[in-house]
Write a new protein. Structure first.
Length: 226
């Protein structure tokens, strides 16, 4: 096992500064980028892990936090991919790190990955924690924690707790925040691939923002076109 500094150095040695401006512009200047495109980044991470191995569970939090606090959004992406390993998520205390990642250097690109690939998996492994944790997140007022509540079931399909999802949406339906309205629509749209009738009924019986409603019905309306 090597340390986070080794991965930071490895990524910096493979950066391409000419690509950074366009990547930073796409993210509205929220973060600096090393200029490593996604396919190359994934290949570099695979190569690093093959050669150096994963951090052990005891050092994962320190490893991830060091990457997260280092400039270069690609390092944050690498940290997420490492931390999403199922063996790490079996730890019932891992939610502490997940919440920290959601609430630091927050933007949709990291939060959406964490919601589906970390929080969603962790909740499946620790279902007794769903209500306590999501209740706290919903009450936090933090839009990224609330967005995670809306999105963590994206890959659950028939295992989706519709009552829970619809309850979150009812609590947040009046929010004017774009990232909440978009997430409401996205969550409903994804669930409509499994339970179209339930989603249609919910949309028709609740007041949603035009954005949420439009996103929610995309798949349903597309299927309705002959």
């Amino acid at each position: 096992m090597s340390g986070a500094n080794d991965l930071i150095d490895f990524f910096n040695a493979n950066c391409n500064a000419s690509l950074s401006p366009a990547m930073e512009k796409y993210m509205l200047g929220q973060f600096s980028f090393l200029g490593i495109k996604s396919p190359e980044r994934k290949q570099l991470l695979r190569q690093f892990l093959q050669n150096q191995g994963y951090p052990d569970a005891a050092h994962l939090e320190a490893f991830v936090k060091q990457l997260w606090q280092t400039p270069g959004r690609e390092l944050h992406y690498a940290a997420m991919e490492i931390a999403s390993r199922k063996t790490f998520l079996k730890d019932s205390e891992r939610i502490i790190l997940i919440e920290w990642m959601i609430t630091h250097e927050s933007w949709w690109d990291t939060v959406d990955f964490i919601a589906s690939n970390m929080a969603g998996v962790w909740f499946k492994l620790h279902p007794q924690e769903i209500l306590p944790v999501t209740s706290r997140w919903m009450a936090s007022g933090n839009i990224w924690l609330q967005r995670t509540c809306l999105l963590f079931q994206l890959k659950y399909r028939h295992e989706t707790d519709a009552g829970l999802l619809f309850g979150f949406i009812e609590q947040l339906a009046s929010e004017k925040e774009f990232f909440i309205r978009k997430a409401i629509g996205w969550a409903l749209r994804e669930y409509s691939k499994t339970e179209a009738d339930a989603v249609m009924q919910f949309v028709e019986t609740h007041t949603l923002s035009p954005l949420s409603r439009r996103e929610a019905l995309k798949v349903i309306l597309k299927r309705a076109i002959p």
